[in-house]
Write a protein that binds this ligand. Structure first.
Ligand SMILES: Nc1ncnc2c1ncn2[C@@H]1O[C@H](COP(=O)(O)OP(=O)(O)OP(=O)(O)O)[C@@H](O)[C@H]1O
Length: 310
């Protein structure tokens, strides 16, 4: 039987008296980009450090492709690459020197190292800077070097801790695209505290709150929580909220000022279409309409409540 790429069983860790993560179980059975989502202090870095064998959990086990990380750390670590929150770069080396050093650390035979470095330089789009000192690179390029060291040994799994943190908007898009590219050949787990980041880059979400898993599933499943029963709409001219209230299945209408309305409905899915039809029929001259997304705080609260009830 095929082993899951990652399996965590009852993972718990405490640094001092308080548990940083508690009783976490999950499996990654198929390839894709998995977003580990949670606010600051929710336990993401603790989880990632444990998954990568950097931190020994107080309790629980991690298996990478069926290899128990406690029993055979070298084999398990050979299957993965890790980019911690602070990239482990030697800034006084050139990219070439640094990646050759990493290839050695990853036990790539000396005569294959140049080839491995060339491949990863190409993959990460940094070949033209290979002779440059890492200290003289922009944040985005330093992060590319960080990703390059994580994939130099062509691992099955790559774990990236907040890979877009501190980058400017252009660099964020570039790094996100690079992550999508490297994920074509392997599984990627990335952590972030930004909901928009997982929605833009990931296929699956594992959400942590106070060290516990409060959601695990696909981004589509998660979006059902993100889209509550509210629609925001703007018309070119203000119309009475009464007209909107007459549409079947509209539960309530709130006027937001000017010609903007928040419409509470039973289910957002078919109501967007119904309201557009009514707008055309009644000549409302609709300017903008969309399902209102919940803030991450609201989703956290919702999911945490659900978790404590189950
Ligand atoms: N070395 C440490 N010693 C003591 N407590 C720690 C240590 N590292 C983390 N913690 C605590 O464990 C909890 C989880 O922290 P962790 O860094 O894993 O969260 P995080 O979700 O990665 O947060 P951030 O996004 O801020 O890095 C927090 O309460 C944090 O204060």
């Amino acid at each position: 039987m095929k082993q899951p790429i990652v399996k965590a069983v009852q993972l718990s860790h405490r640094y001092t008296a308080q548990w940083a993560i508690r009783d976490i179980d999950f499996e990654i059975p198929v390839r894709g980009i998995y977003g580990l989502l949670g606010s600051n202090g929710s336990g993401k870095s603790t989880m990632m450090n444990i998954l990568c064998g950097v931190l020994k959990p107080t309790k629980g086990d991690v298996f990478i492709n069926g290899v128990d990380i406690r029993k055979d750390a070298i084999a398990a670590k050979g299957l993965m690459g890790f980019l911690p929150q602070r990239p482990p770069l030697h800034i006084d080396l050139t990219i070439d020197e640094f990646l050759t050093h990493c290839a050695g650390l990853r036990l790539i035979p000396r005569k294959e190292q140049a080839n491995a470095v060339n491949k990863v330089l190409e993959k990460c789009g940094i070949t033209h800077f290979r002779k440059r000192l890492i200290r003289n690179l922009s944040g985005g390029y330093q992060q590319r070097v960080g990703i390059a060291q994580a994939i130099i040994h062509n691992p099955e799994l790559v774990v990236l801790d907040e890979p877009t943190n501190g980058l400017d908007p252009n660099q964020i898009v570039e790094i996100r695209n690079l992550i999508k590219e490297i994920a074509e050949e392997r599984t990627v787990i990335l952590s972030t505290h930004m909901l928009s980041e997982v929605q833009a880059a990931c296929n699956y979400i594992l959400m942590l709150a106070d060290g516990r898993v409060v959601f695990s599933g696909s981004v589509d499943e998660f979006d059902r929580y993100a889209a509550p029963g509210t629609i925001l709409l703007t018309m070119l001219e203000p119309r009475g909220a009464e007209e909107l209230k007459r549409i079947p299945n509209v539960v309530a209408v709130e006027t937001l000022g000017g010609s903007r309305y928040r419409v509470k409905v039973d289910s957002v899915d078919d109501m967007l279409e119904k309201i557009i039809d009514q707008s055309v029929h009644n000549g409302w001259r609709l300017k903008e309409i969309n399902a209102e997304k919940n803030s991450m705080d609201t989703i956290f609260a919702e999911l945490s409540k659900k978790q404590s009830r189950s």
